[in-house]
Design a protein around this ligand. Structure first.
Ligand code: NAP
Length: 316
């Protein structure tokens, strides 16, 4: 069943926090994996999931920094993983599979935004490689550990508004634009959820894409401060603009999509503000919604095949 992009009316919204959406949900006995779970939104998701009883695996490209960030949060563990390096993804996944543990929740939260042109692996554009291909390979490699009924949440962005998949020039060989590269990678995250859900639904696995909202975190590190006002990221007083969320609010939709019983009969949908999103009616990312190129099942299947070819991994 393909879930329609239409609000459910969940009782939660843009101001709900990760703790609030978990009220009454006991995750004791559930193991979750949260990439990027030691910074920004991922850290808040980890904290909230652990507080609800989950054991949270946090893969980190900077394990010492992750250990420090998670100190004092019981029920978390850190393991090295660099999503830009497919060999690192393989090693992390194989070590995890050797433990024989099962995962009930995977939140693909790690990401890089608008970095200077960077090439990784065989010359891949880094935002596509980290945000999409790293997670594609990770979830495929971890498939044997995914519990029946597991949920995978791909953290996308309203940044997808700016670009679909550039089939003819995935890696920006003809000229790099850091915002188009971010946009393509975030469309890829959304399409990944669409096709993963289609492939996994028969075995009870469901996937959702989540736009967290706009939140100031270390994600903005590649953009010089003087460019922030023009981008609408700070007011003249140096405050967060209206419509921006706190990190706890920003983590809420991913945590909600990973756990809400309201989504038991759904899958593959793009979510925002702790609900399924409607179609984007404007080009304003603060209003949000989802563009058609980020939910197109044919594009999702094509991207899956392409990603499997590039990474050499396809477990579904
Ligand atoms: N903040 C927003 O307004 C916003 C809006 C829409 C969507 N999002 C999405 O939300 C997600 C989380 O963003 P955030 O705001 O929480 O940013 P953040 O604080 O910068 O967190 C990103 C995390 O990703 C990790 N990461 C980056 N490259 C990696 C790699 N090669 N291997 C492993 N981990 C890597 C970072 O690790 P290091 O700290 O070691 O670099 C960090 O832990 C991203 O996918 C982003 O696109 C955010």
């Amino acid at each position: 069943m393909v879930t329609k992009q239409q609000k459910l009316g969940t009782g939660f919204g843009a101001h709900s926090t990760a703790d609030e959406v978990l009220t009454g949900i006991d995750l004791t006995g559930t193991t979750a994996l949260v990439t990027g779970g030691y910074s920004g939104l991922g850290l808040e998701a980890t904290r909230a999931l652990a507080a609800a009883g989950a054991h949270v695996i946090v893969p980190a490209r900077r394990p010492d920094t992750a250990e420090e960030a998670l100190r004092g949060i019981p029920g978390t563990e850190v393991h090295p993983l660099d999503l830009s390096d497919q060999e690192s993804v393989r090693v992390f996944s194989e070590r995890f599979l050797e433990t024989g543990r099962t995962l009930g929740i995977v939140i693909d939260g790690a990401g890089v935004m608008a970095c200077p042109e960077t090439r990784v692996g065989p010359g891949w554009e880094a935002q596509f490689a980290v945000n999409h291909l790293g997670h594609f390979a990770l979830v495929n490699r971890l498939r044997p550990s995914l519990a029946p009924g597991a949920r995978v949440v791909a953290v996308t962005s309203a940044g997808h508004f700016r670009s679909g998949i550039r089939w003819e020039d995935l890696h920006f060989r003809t000229g790099y634009d850091r915002w188009l590269a971010y946009a393509q990678s975030k469309t890829a995250n959304a399409l990944f959820a669409v096709h993963l859900d289609a492939l996994g639904a028969g075995s009870g696995l469901h996937a959702f894409a989540v736009h967290p909202g706009s939140i100031l975190t270390p994600l903005q590190r590649h953009i010089p401060r003087e460019e922030w006002p023009a981008l609408g990221w700070v007011t003249g007083d140096g405050e967060s603009p209206e419509g921006f969320k706190t990190p706890r609010q920003g983590a809420a939709t991913a945590v909600w999509a990973a756990t809400s019983p309201l989504l038991d009969a759904h899958g593959g949908a793009y979510c925002q503000d702790c609900d399924i999103a409607g179609p984007a009616g404007t080009d304003d990312p603060l209003i949000g919604g989802v563009k058609p190129w980020a939910t197109d099942p044919e594009a999702a299947a094509r991207l899956w095949e392409l990603s499997a070819e590039l990474t050499g991994v396809n477990a579904f």
